[in-house]
Ligand binder design. Structure first.
Ligand code: ZN
Length: 329
């Protein structure tokens, strides 16, 4: 067995080569399905029994293309991780490989072959290259703060990776202390989503909750159909100005909105108006919130607009990368 540092180096270099050869923009979320397709591998989603993914090499005799099967019943972030893992098998191994599970970085007791250890770490580096991590930390204003569970969850949504895969990668990059890892692992995504205030909005516990608002510089977001958005905007009740959702497209539902008073009940203090929305349709849509005095018809004092691009729920069949979000790019 290779030492861990060697596995990490081989995998990181292989991922960097993949980014370069496939011309992947490493400042944006990486699409591993598009990377498979660009490498000549047909990505297919299928229900698979106790298998995360399969790599099927091409057949030189009958001229068939190589393929990767991804378990469609797994959460989207895991499907993406598995797709990235299979890309490594295509680049390095070219043998028929059944992956019972992926994202096992979390398990200390795991002792797999070097081939599998490299594929797992490759997947992390493919989806979370250093440049993407750094650019995202900057964009979210998290560069110089100690990362807590909420911010790691937010980063995982940005990268399209699971909370635990993200946490382990950040520990590997020394952006999170090894000593805090176990404590942060106990904060499950379910607890975090509950804290963000949107868990009840989710019909499916695997869907995600995005926390947005003026404090968070996001003006556009790429989500999955069924995800919830929690938008928090500052509001001073004594001013008479209130926020309302003035422009809601057909594919976005307002589940509820509520005013959250400031912790200290100082008169004139600023609280937060929280809107909980659910995205029910795929495609690109825009949500608009406006702050105005309800009894006056003049132009709003402030506005907040957010462009939402929602990926459809994955269904079994050939994955056509790029087709879904092409209009948004
Ligand atoms: Zn594998």
């Amino acid at each position: 067995m290779l030492p861990w540092s060697r596995v990490n180096l081989i995998a990181a270099r292989e991922a960097m080569r993949a980014h370069q050869e496939l011309d992947i923009d490493v400042t944006k979320r990486v699409d591993p399905f598009a990377a498979l397709e660009a490498s000549g591998v047909l990505p297919m989603r299928q229900p698979l029994d106790h298998v995360a993914g399969l790599y099927i090499p091409g057949n030189g005799q009958d001229g068939s293309d190589p393929g990767a099967l991804i378990n469609v019943s797994h959460p989207l972030s895991k499907q993406r991780y598995t797709a990235a893992h299979e890309l490594c098998h295509h680049r390095r191994d070219r043998a028929f490989i059944v992956d019972r599970d992926t994202e096992w970085l979390a398990r200390a007791d795991y002792s797999a072959s070097d081939r599998e250890r490299i594929a797992e770490v490759f997947a992390a580096w493919l989806l979370m290259p250093k440049k993407l991590v750094e650019a995202t930390l900057d964009r979210l204003g998290l560069r110089s703060v100690q990362l807590d569970a909420n911010s790691i969850y937010t980063l995982s949504l940005e990268f399209g990776t699971s909370y635990s895969a993200t946490l382990h990668h950040l520990v590997g990059m020394r952006l999170v202390d090894r000593g805090r890892r176990d404590q942060l692992l106990r904060e499950t995504p379910k607890i975090i989503k509950q804290r963000l205030g949107g868990i009840d909005a989710l019909g499916d516990a695997w869907k995600d909750v995005w926390l947005l608002g003026p404090g968070n510089a996001r003006r556009e977001v790429e989500v999955a159909t069924g995800d919830a958005l929690v938008i928090e905007v500052p509001e001073i009740p004594s001013s008479g100005y209130v926020w309302e959702a003035t422009g809601l497209p057909t594919g976005v539902f307002l589940l509820r909105h509520e005013f959250r008073p400031p912790d200290d009940t100082v008169l004139g203090g600023s609280g937060l108006h929280r809107f909980v929305l659910q995205v029910s349709e795929s495609g690109t849509q825009q949500v608009r919130l406006a702050m105005r005095r309800p009894w006056q018809s003049q132009a709003p004092l402030r506005e907040f607009t957010l462009r939402i691009t929602a990926e459809p729920s994955p269904t079994p069949g050939l994955v056509l990368p790029g087709a879904v979000l092409a209009g948004a790019r």
